[in-house]
Design a protein around this ligand. Sequence first.
Ligand code: HEC
Ligand code: HEC
Length: 465
Amino acid sequence: MTACGGSSGGGQSNNQPDNHTEVTPPVDPNPNPTPSQPRQWTPAGGQATIAYNEHRPFLTLIPHLDINQLSGVSQGRELFITNWTPAGEGRALFDGLGPLFNAVSCTSCHSDSGRVSPYLADGTTTDGVLFRIGNKQGDVHPIWGAQLQPKVIDNTVGLLAEGKVHAHTKSASATALKNEGLSYYQFELTPYDSNQHLGNYHLGARIAPQLLGMGLLDLVPEDVILANADPDDTDNNGISGRVHWVFEGGQKRIGRFGWKAINSSLRTQNATAMSQDMGLTTPVHIDSSCTPDQPLCTLLPLGGSPEVSDASLSAVVSFMTALSVPERRIHDQVRFDKGADLFEQVGCAQCHIPTLTTGESQQFYELSNQTIYAYTDLLLHDMGEGLDDGVKEINAESYEWRTPPLWGIGIVAKDKNARFLHDGRAKTLKEAILWHGGEAEKTREQFQQLTEQEQQTLLQFLQGI
Ligand code: HEC
Ligand code: HEC
């Protein structure tokens, strides 16, 4: 039995053991396919749901925003799609890129059709993936810092970009995965300065996720997230989701954004993207992303201090907050409901919790008190050795990952070049499931024990959520 028995009614789940958890799980792997009563589905993103647009499924706004709400949001959208330029090129609002950076715009990595394909056929890496540099103790690289910046602005002081990464495909070593034809990537870094080395540090690949419903996730109250946490596995179901506590503005907050939930709010997430991915300073990260061991980097001019004003940062946060959720795409309601049952039966819903509720929004009333079908608990889980990349970030161990929201994942999967999991090793949704280990080991086995047709029904359900 899953911890989210209340999901069919759209209610908030909690981890209080109920009577169901005492019952021995049914032995029959093919229980009655027909639910006793039809499920009542409310819109996937509550009032922030919009009709699915196959040409532009993501980065679209919640419906019916009034003119006042729209003004900041439109400015934020412009800042999100613009190509930032280095300081001194006469575009005061949009300058300050670099000196070191990953990409020139947010949209280089987050496209409106989902995910940017991270690897080319020859193993070249694209803007669709970036690399954290660290180790199991959580230290960051002494010269390059926490993230590799593969690009540098034109300069006369001789500052070089940090390095470029090549991805080599390797067959999975565990027999079960090998038999399924699964592969992963091993990364090779070539530093641009031959005096610098990766040393004993590891590269942690992070692909850029699709962006939808960000404001809703930002608004889930901390006590709702805490109610699903079970760090000591007191209910003995093998799942011990825990909160990633981080500090924001001197306060202890629950991390919820990124593959390891390292950012606790959209404001810090966006400011960190500006700093680390684009080399833009903000009121949150007032210093440029050069480390003290990159003296040439600090010689180059800045595009103001900060380069992105508080008003501009707030506008981008408003745009992110106002992102809608595309409605489900269901062709066969009975089969979809059966898929939802299987998703719960095999245990996916223990981490990909179907529903959460949001708190009050001061800015967009449409986001307040909504029941959302994001399919996440926003918690960290031990996902096993196969997904351990040797890089700890803040308090998230190298083998711990935040349950990613699954809404919209079927839209992403329509693109044959899209990739899944934190490093994009999975080419299909099924491959992503087969890599699940650690706390998800038992669930993965139960998925594999389903008949071929049941597996397809579950995957079909994922296509529609
Ligand atoms: C170089 C590519 C790149 C650029 C440029 C970039 N991002 Fe990202 N973005 C990522 C990656 C990779 C992640 C996942 C990060 C992690 O795991 O910590 C991410 C995560 C996010 C998230 C959290 C998503 C989630 O589901 O938790 C938001 C919001 C976001 N980015 C917004 C932005 C904004 C706004 C900008 C521009 C200011 C931006 N990004 C620029 C690659 C990029
Ligand atoms: C123990 C918690 C847990 C369980 C149980 C679980 N998942 Fe996951 N799932 C995760 C985490 C954490 C990740 C991210 C792992 C990574 O990126 O390395 C993930 C990733 C995924 C992804 C890839 C998402 C993306 O954005 O690329 C899919 C698809 C997925 N899970 C589906 C399922 C399905 C279907 C089931 C049931 C068969 C399931 N999961 C069971 C925690 C869980």
